[in-house]
Write a protein that binds this ligand. Sequence first.
Ligand SMILES: Nc1ncnc2c1ncn2[C@@H]1O[C@H](COP(=O)(O)OP(=O)(O)OP(=O)(O)O)[C@@H](O)[C@H]1O
Length: 505
Amino acid sequence: MQINEIFLDRYHITELIGSGGFGNVYRATDLKTSQEYAIKIDVKKRNQTLLESKILLDLQGGDGIPKLYTAGKYADLSYMITELLGPNINTLKEERGKKLELNTAVTVGNQVLDRLEYIHSRGYIHRDVKPSQFLLSMNKKDIYVCDFGLSCKYFYGNSHIPFRGHCNRIGSPSFASLNLHLGFQCSRRDDLESLSYMLVYMVKGSLPWNQNKFENSEKWQSIYALKAKISPTTLCNGCPPEFEKFLNYSRGLKFEEKPDYRYLKSLLSNAATRDYMTGYLEWLPFSEVSGKRKRKNQKNKSFGDNFEEDSSLDSIPSSVRKARRRSVKTKTIAPDDDVMIKVKPRRSMSITKLERIKDNDRKEKNRNSSGDSSPSLIVLHRVKRTRRKGSMGAQSDSPQMNFSESPTLNPSESIERDNFIMRNLMPGLNDINVSPFCEIPTRDDNTPRAGLPQILNRGILRELRKREKIEGVGSETVKNITKKLRDEVKETSLKNESSESCILF
Ligand SMILES: Nc1ncnc2c1ncn2[C@@H]1O[C@H](COP(=O)(O)OP(=O)(O)OP(=O)(O)O)[C@@H](O)[C@H]1O
């Protein structure tokens, strides 16, 4: 196939976008519709692409599975036409200084885990999990899985395939599981072990066995020797401890055992840094990451997923983005004898400003971690704006923030949202985390009963009491502040029922 050739009298081949062991993948434009596609052509003339297209057909409809448009034979070549996708993770990693940020690796890992769970749920294993098999969608937000050339069924009807030794070694030795090296029949566990190598590879930039160049004939053997010798702790050195747990868990799975995907996801969530946001990918602008969160929640809700599973938590709901557009009025409280009560007027923040804050967030955190620990108290009153006469539409008419309105909120998200607000609206107070102190009253359907102010107040008051107990220093002062705050909030809510108060400590 040549560039500029017209394939099947219809597709204009414009670029060779990838080539692998079995075929070449071309970018092509449909002359009828001008739509772009990816065409994979089996260069080895072994009908491999046709076999692959059958598996892809079986998997159609899953998230992150490329759409299959058509497949067939042309002369002695087999081909399939699929949705055109963006660059693969390996290419991106190379382009971005040979390493990916930990949080990017966590998002990629999470999505790859979802893809594998889906593929496994359809009775298949991928058998060639490696970074170059995972492609970004054209908008660079979602991870798609490609290349089912080595995939096979592990479940027929109701039974798992039987264990077998002396199997051919297939796939990429760098990411192959130890069992695959030993010629054992692959099952779900092997896909997951490969994913653990992929996680380490993304964060560290390479795997220990990538350092040497091996002759093709001895590649499998030499890599196996290194892989089997190196301890998981050494391999995962420089990565969060959860990566090591991930690897140990995958290696410890029995041949037929169903992996606990939820546990693995929780490991990934814990591996991320504190300011991680679901869907975070280092190449996405901040505002687009927030968008991702909303869609994900909606999807999870409609599929009835347990929110814990999505409790890679930390995302920013749309309500927060709305909050940026709100003006915030503040009120001064008379300073206490011992404690300085600081009140800052805040104007609405532009998205650009919040982006900048987020970028600086990590730096500031480091700077502030050893910094001033004296408490500063900030009371914000978010006051409902009066309706503009003659303005149309409920949205524009009532610009006040009402967090409890959000239909997709669950308690853990709301904690994360509150933390996000604290960190971003008050960038100087980076190490505040209300989560452990929050009491979130929930309705039967798990949505929070209280809005942001109540949640924060409760958390902060409890924190004050805790300090009172633990520190025992100035407990009188702490009590006074607590009382003062309570009175203040009560008073304000009585005065103006529609106002929302947010106390940050
Ligand atoms: N739908 C697609 N859109 C854009 N690029 C694609 C698409 N499918 C595959 N590619 C690119 O082509 C490369 C090779 O594709 P693929 O892995 O399917 O071929 P292969 O011959 O099976 O490769 P390998 O032997 O490396 O596994 C991929 O890494 C990817 O970068």
